[in-house]
Ligand binder design. Structure first.
Ligand code: MN
Ligand code: MN
Length: 295
C-alpha cells in the first residue's frame, strides 16, 4: 500500500475547486467568447477560491488534443461548432487536481457522439479502479467504450499518477490495452483521461502552445528567475502569468532550463474529445475527487 497523501483533505479541496473551475469554463465557452478571457476567468476563479492553477487553463480546439493555452495577445474567439477541451488544474500547496471535459460551441450537437465517447470512456476507466488492478484493464475498458461508438482512442496520450507538485508522477494510465502492466496501489492519486477521435487515433507535435515549465531549480543567481521558480516550481505555466518585461527577459535567458510544450495535434486532423477526472485509489474502489459539483 502506498501511503495516502497525508493532507488528503487538501487534495479533496483542490479537486472541488478544479471541478467548479471546469464547470465555469464549460459555461463560458460560447460563440463569440474570447479564448483568452475564458482562460483568465478559469484561472481567476481558482485563485479567488484560495488555490493556484496547477497549469494554465488548456482550451485546445477541434484537432488539437491538448496543450494549447491562449497567449497574452490572443484575440481569437470561439466559433459555432468548435469542439473545445476545457482542461483545468488547481493545487493547494502542491496537492494537485487535473480534470477536463469537452464542449461543442453553439449547441450544434454535430459532435455529440465524440463528446459522449470520451465521457463513457472516463466512466468505464474509473469503474475498473481498485487496489491491485492492472492499468491494462483500465486501458481496455476505455478503448472498448470509445470503439463502441465507432470512434478511436488516441493511443499516444494517457492518464498519469499525481504526486505533490508533480503533475505527471511516473505511472502511466493508458487509453488502450497493451501499453503498460503496472498495477494500482491503494492511496495513489491518478488522473484518467481518455481522448476519442474520428481521425486516426494518434497525435503529433504542432506549434508551441504557450506553455512551459522549469525542468529544474534554476538556482539563486538570477533573482527574477528564482522568484518565478518559487512561484511555479516544476509545474507548467504560461507567459500570461509572467508578463512583466523583466520576467519575459528572464524567461528568454532561461530557455535551456525550460521545457516548452508543443500543441498535440491529431495526425489525420480528426476531431478530438477528452474527459478527465482525478481519482483516489481507495480500499473499495475509486473516489472521484473531481466529480461534478452540485451547481
Ligand atoms: Mn492529466
Ligand atoms: Mn488535464
Amino acid at each position: 500500500m502506498a501511503p495516502y497523501p497525508e493532507d488528503l483533505p487538501r487534495w479533496r479541496e483542490a479537486a472541488r475547486i478544479a471541478s467548479k473551475a471546469r464547470e465555469l469554463g464549460m459555461r463560458r465557452t460560447v460563440t463569440g467568447a474570447r479564448r483568452r478571457d475564458v482562460a483568465e476567468a478559469i484561472e481567476s476563479f481558482i485563485r479567488d477560491a484560495g488555490a493556484e492553477p496547477a497549469f494554465p487553463a488548456n482550451l485546445s480546439r477541434n484537432d488539437e488534443a491538448a496543450h494549447y493555452t491562449p497567449s497574452s495577445d490572443d484575440e481569437a474567439v470561439f466559433e459555432v461548432g468548435d469542439l473545445v477541451k476545457v482542461d483545468v488544474g488547481a493545487h493547494l500547496d502542491g496537492a494537485i487536481a487535473d480534470t477536463a471535459d469537452t464542449v461543442e460551441v453553439g449547441g450544434t450537437h454535430r459532435h455529440e457522439n465524440l463528446v459522449r465517447a470520451a465521457r463513457d470512456a472516463v466512466r468505464a476507466g474509473i469503474a475498473q479502479v481498485r487496489p491491485g488492478v492492472s492499468v491494462d484493464e483500465i486501458g481496455r475498458a476505455i478503448a472498448e467504450a470509445i470503439r463502441a461508438r465507432g470512434l478511436k482512442p488516441v493511443v499516444d496520450l494517457s492518464g498519469h499518477s499525481i504526486e505533490r507538485y508533480l503533475l505527471h508522477a511516473g505511472k502511466t494510465i493508458p487509453n488502450v490495452p497493451g501499453h503498460g502492466d503496472a498495477t494500482l496501489v491503494e492511496g495513489e492519486v491518478i488522473a484518467i483521461e481518455p481522448f476519442a477521435t474520428n481521425g486516426m487515433g494518434s497525435i503529433g507535435n504542432g506549434p508551441f502552445g504557450n506553455i512551459v515549465r522549469f525542468r529544474r531549480d534554476p538556482g539563486p543567481s538570477d533573482p527574477v528567475l528564482a522568484r518565478l521558480y518559487g512561484r511555479f516550481r516544476t509545474l507548467p505555466f504560461t507567459s500570461r502569468w509572467a508578463d512583466a518585461p523583466e520576467e519575459r527577459e528572464a524567461l528568454r535567458r532561461a530557455r535551456r532550463t525550460l521545457q516548452a510544450y508543443p500543441v498535440f495535434v491529431e495526425r489525420a486532423h480528426g476531431l478530438v474529445a477528452q474527459a478527465e477526472h482525478t481519482v483516489l485509489v481507495a480500499a473499495t474502489g475509486a473516489e472521484v475527487l473531481s466529480a461534478p459539483t452540485d451547481e
